[in-house]
Ligand binder design. Structure first.
Ligand SMILES: [Zn+2]
Length: 248
């Protein structure tokens, strides 16, 4: 009897943990826990969120640099990410994610978007002229109205280890202190912008995307360590369907 009760408790705990992780992956996420990158991978995500299949402005995309337009005034971002934040690092079941408290802020066209979390994909989801990078960090920001803005920071394997990536790796399952600005490239005034979606179910659209042009370096050891958690958690690129990609 005790054994059965214990078994049920463990099951309940696992379900609760999964839901908790999912809820924190993206603010717009549902309680769906069955999608993945294998047997229920991207080709099947329509079953978990119909926008994944039917949406016309999905992310990620392949950015063709020769086909970008000069950025419009209303799309220029002001970054205020340099703040001291405390954060907790979790494995959300699909990615290593850092939930940031009192994180930084991005302002675009008079609207503030607060940093809620950032997470890593084992290869970049976005491509630039067909090139997929070794790693990407997605910094997910949310406005008071619940609108989302994501900054993508691309990484390539290099000689230099990334300090923030290392702190994250050392803090999985724990909390850490950080400055979100440390994750951004030195030149954070140069980026691509387009309208897209969440890259995981429910693939909700109307997400403002900003992909930083300056590529960051992470060491081979760091990339390997992150991929030990998830090595192919990236969605394939989606059709542009006439969307305009702006460049600054
Ligand atoms: Zn992401």
């Amino acid at each position: 009897m005790n054994k059965i009760f214990l078994g049920l408790s463990v099951a309940a705990l696992l379900v609760t943990t999964a839901l908790f992780a999912e809820e924190h992956h993206t603010s717009a996420a549902t309680h769906e826990v069955h999608w993945n990158y294998e047997d229920h991978g991207p080709a099947h995500w329509g079953e978990f969120g119909e926008t994944c299949q039917l949406g016309k402005a999905q992310s990620p995309i392949n950015i063709l640099t020769k086909q970008t337009s000069m950025i419009g005034k209303s799309s220029v971002i002001a970054l205020n990410e340099s703040v001291k934040s405390s954060a907790s690092v979790i494995d959300n079941g699909h990615a290593i994610q850092v939930n940031v408290e009192n994180g930084g802020m991005v302002t675009v066209d008079g609207v503030d978007y607060k940093l809620a979390q950032f997470h890593f994909h084992g290869k970049s989801e976005e491509q630039i002229d067909g090139k997929q990078y070794d790693l990407v960090a997605h910094m997910v920001h949310k406005s008071a109205f619940g609108n989302l803005l994501v900054i993508a920071v691309l990484f390539e394997e290099g000689k230099t280890a990334n300090k923030t990536v290392q702190t994250v790796l050392d803090s999985v399952g724990k909390s850490m202190e950080m400055n979100p600005a440390d994750l951004l490239p030195k030149n954070s005034n140069s980026y691509f912008h387009f309208m897209g979606s969440l890259t995981t179910p429910p693939c909700s659209e109307n997400v403002k995307w900003y992909v930083m042009k300056e590529i960051q370096s992470a060491s081979k050891e760091q990339i390997t360590a992150l991929r030990k958690f998830y090595d192919h958690n990236y969605r394939p690129v989606q059709p542009l369907n006439g969307r305009i990609v702006e460049s600054k």
